[in-house]
Design a protein around this ligand. Structure first.
Ligand SMILES: *Cc1c(COP(=O)(O)O)cnc(C)c1O
Length: 411
């Protein structure tokens, strides 16, 4: 039954619309039998990690899929980024957006390189090349662009700035596996691009990631560094770490790759359903994907402008959580407002007005193969009902806050 009246809403005591929570980032799963057959096989072969057959096969398939020279599987994207940063010899300061997942900044700070937070463009949610120029100092050694939601950065402008100032560019492409930029697969840009294959991402290997690059020398370094610096038995020629992907993870990846087109078509169907169900609501804007590019459509992202809409983002999130729709605030509150950066750079927000605005307005809704069109229609009906009755809902939420603990987890 679609919710029609205000009192149907769970914040007013109605039954939650969904019996089971609807999550953002529920894993996309391929064929279970194919995966289990691979597990059986690796069990029988007793080869669990250390560049085994499945990791090598995954590497081959990823490299071919992206049509890059190298796509090196790594245990996760954070370690992959640390490897690239180190292999490129970045030092001093590196310019990054604050509107990203915290790992982008941590991968630098972990190696005592200062992340210099740069503002993004309101329209694209990606690094603003104009602002990047303003953040360059004599200590700057590089730029990390993030293809937020899988929508590509302005790679041409960033490359031009890098050339002019002798900087290295790399990309956090955690969201962008299977996406293109001007028809070219993401994976080809900058010195290297790093994908995440974490469980919540479009394509997963439980935990995992990969470094894509067309630079042979960089690839050789990363291959050494992810395996403690070993070159053959007993011969260590470089400082390294343990960034290896396991065989079980690679088996998951190989299985997922076989369903990649199915994942995309479900995501796209869902995206189109959201787009039509949410059209024309004042103050509410869905992040859209350029039809001329390839896309994974993994992220359903809304911007709620509370100077126009009757509720703010946090209030809408509270309404949705009560209905068992676990919408997420992204990237809230922004890296510069999290430790250690908040203490290190207490005034960073002054030059990040667009970041602060987006961090207050953006929410992400469930997508992926665990969500279907009827779910989306019901979910969007709740959003529509809530935004049509903002003042009453706001009053109810304020009253609820005064009661012990009601909605306390929220906002
Ligand atoms: C998920 C994510 C990461 C981290 O990836 P892991 O594989 O979990 O280490 C980094 N950057 C962005 C933008 C992400 O979304």
């Amino acid at each position: 039954m679609p919710k029609a009246r205000l009192t149907d809403l769970a914040v007013f005591g109605g039954t939650p619309a969904f019996g089971e929570p609807l999550h953002v980032g529920r894993p996309n799963l391929g064929d279970k039998d194919r995966f289990l057959a691979r597990l059986n096989d690796l069990w029988d072969r007793r080869w669990l990690t250390n560049n085994g057959r499945y990791v090598r096969e995954l590497e081959e398939k990823l490299t071919a899929f992206l049509a890059v020279k190298h796509c090196i599987p790594v245990c996760n994207a954070t370690v992959a980024m640390e490897l690239v940063i180190r292999a490129l010899g970045l030092t001093g300061e590196v310019i990054v957006p604050s509107f990203t997942f915290i790992a982008t900044a941590h991968a630098l700070q972990w190696q005592e390189i200062t992340p210099v937070f740069c503002d993004v463009e309101r329209g694209t949610h990606n690094l603003s090349p104009r602002q990047v120029r303003r953040m360059i100092t004599p200590r700057t050694s590089g730029i990390i662009g993030v293809h937020v939601w899988g929508r590509p950065c302005d790679v041409e402008a960033l490359q031009a700035i890098a050339q002019e100032h002798n900087l290295k560019v790399l990309y956090d492409a955690a969201h962008a596996f299977g996406c293109t930029c001007q028809g070219q697969m993401i994976g080809h840009f900058g010195e290297a691009e790093v994908f995440s294959f974490h469980a919540t991402k479009f394509f997963n290997t439980f935990e995992g990631g990969a470094v894509a690059t067309n630079n042979d020398e960089l690839a050789a370094k990363i291959r050494l560094m992810k395996n403690f610096g070993f070159q053959g038995y007993d011969n260590v020629i470089y400082i390294g770490t343990n960034g290896k992907m396991t065989e079980a993870a690679a088996a998951m990846g190989l299985t997922g790759l076989e369903s990649l087109e199915a994942f995309i078509s479900v995501n796209r169907r869902n995206y189109l359903a959201y787009r039509s169900c949410l059209a024309g609501i004042p103050g509410l804007c869905l992040v859209t994907y350029d039809e001329r590019e390839r896309h994974n459509f993994q992220y359903i992202v809304l911007e709620l402008d509370d100077t126009v809409a009757s509720l703010n983002r946090d209030e809408l999130v509270t309404v949705l959580h009560a209905e068992n729709v676990l919408a997420r605030r992204y990237f809230f509150p922004g890296c510069h407002r999290m430790e250690p950066y908040r203490s290190l750079f207490p005034h960073a927000g002054l030059v990040l007005p667009e970041t602060e605005l987006l961090a207050a307005r953006v929410l992400s809704l469930p997508n992926g193969t665990s969500v279907d069109e009827p779910d989306i229609e019901r979910l969007c009906g709740i959003i529509r009902l809530a935004l049509a009755n903002g003042p009453e809902i706001r009053r109810e939420l304020l009253a609820g806050k005064r009661q012990a603990g009601k909605y306390a987890a929220e906002a």
